[in-house]
Design a binder for this molecule. Structure first.
Ligand code: TYM
Length: 345
């Protein structure tokens, strides 16, 4: 992590994931695995289950509750330690929604209109999308800045939202002539910042893709993982001799990157090992590696899910610790903005 314009702010990491559907391999490699690395590097880490974001599109209440607990289990099973990191669900800390409102009044319509993810998600039916889906990047800025977070590990697809967060912090500081919010750095690193669909190497792997075969879910069993990799779309050529040989071969590149991220080696190392080999050789090796890495996580998730009351206790405890950081920052924000704060107790 690099120091920056944020010298006055102590390093603090914040990130979040939506509790919608199951965690998929892209979330794991692009986000959760890196959250764990940051926790283990000793910096203060806060990880959120962003349930307020999830309801920007319709969620069945029982499914939402279940997905929230499953995501908590996924975080913990992947190595997040609720004692060393703060782990909680967003709606239990009211400051997110409150600061989100303030930022709705800082962000400009023109900025929001440029958000590509809104365009992708709303599609042709933007008139019928919720107002929340449109305003969501301002809430995401609030998630981050409510903790004065300096670093935000995310996948490539969230880069624009973190840039908007920076713009909001800069405009707030400028408008009120303060140096109150840090200008947060996105941390987008490694070989898996954009894991692609197994059915189409030009499309992002996503929890919401209608085709289950397009993604590996963290809850998939070993047979399903092996089958999905076996059926993954590829071209007829063998793997190239050098990394440059992956140009114009998005599916091959994607599988090499996935292998590299799972094995924690560079894509060059993977190419050196498999140069000239057919996918008939590479795919089973990839499936074995994925099963070896993911099966223990799936097993631990299932064990944790058997005790939902314990998960709720962990989230409640995390929310109290998060709130203790958030509330003073929210109070100061209201002060800066000019709100009278005279309520006792
Ligand atoms: P979400 O829930 O869509 O995704 C969670 C994280 O997973 C990453 N990711 C991927 N990385 C690599 N390859 C993929 N195919 C892939 N798919 C998803 C995402 O980049 C993300 O890091 N708006 C956010 C959640 C959020 C948030 C925040 C993140 C809300 N507030 C504050 C950081 C800080 C989202 O919808 O992520």
């Amino acid at each position: 992590m690099t120091a920056s314009a944020n010298a006055k702010f102590k390093p603090r990491v914040f990130s979040g994931i939506q509790p919608t559907n199951h965690l998929q391999l892209g979330n794991y490699l692009g986000a959760v695995k890196r959250f764990v690395q940051m926790q283990d590097s000793g910096v203060e880490t806060i990880y959120c289950i962003v349930d307020l974001h999830a309801i920007t599109v319709w969620q069945n209440p029982e499914d939402l509750r279940n997905a929230t607990r499953e995501l908590a289990a996924g975080y913990i099973a992947s190595g997040l330690d609720p004692k060393r990191s703060i782990l909680f669900n967003q709606s239990q800390v009211p400051g997110h929604a409150e600061l989100g409102w303030v930022f709705n009044c800082v962000a400009r319509m023109g900025w929001m209109n440029r958000m590509t993810q809104f365009k992708d998600k709303a599609g042709k039916n933007a008139e019928n999308a919720s107002l929340g889906l449109y305003a969501y990047p301002a809430l995401m800025a609030a998630d981050i800045l409510l903790y004065h977070a300096t670093h935000v590990p995310v996948g490539e697809d969230q880069k624009q939202h973190v840039e908007l967060t920076r713009d909001i912090a800069i405009k707030f500081n400028h408008d009120f002539k303060v140096d109150f919010f840090p200008v947060t750095q996105p941390v987008i690193e490694g070989t898996a910042t954009r894991v692609m669909s197994l059915r189409d190497g030009t499309k992002k792997m996503s929890k919401s893709d209608p085709s289950d075969a397009s993604r590996i879910n963290l809850t998939d069993d070993a047979d399903t993982i092996a089958k999905k990799f076996r059926k993954a779309k590829t071209d007829p050529d063998p793997l190239p001799e050098t990394i440059d040989g992956l140009a114009g071969r998005p599916e091959a590149r994607n599988l090499v990157n996935i292998y590299a991220a799972l094995a924690e080696v560079s894509a060059e190392t993977v190419i050196a090992e498999f140069a000239g080999k057919q996918f008939g050789v590479f795919k089973p090796a990839l499936a074995d590696l994925a099963v070896a890495r993911l099966s223990p996580i799936a097993e631990e998730m299932a064990r944790l899910m058997a005790d939902p009351a314990e998960i709720d206790r962990i989230l409640g405890d995390g929310a109290e610790r998060a709130d203790a950081i958030a509330q003073p920052i929210l109070d100061q924000t209201y002060d800066i903005v000019g709100m009278v704060r005279s309520r006792r107790g």
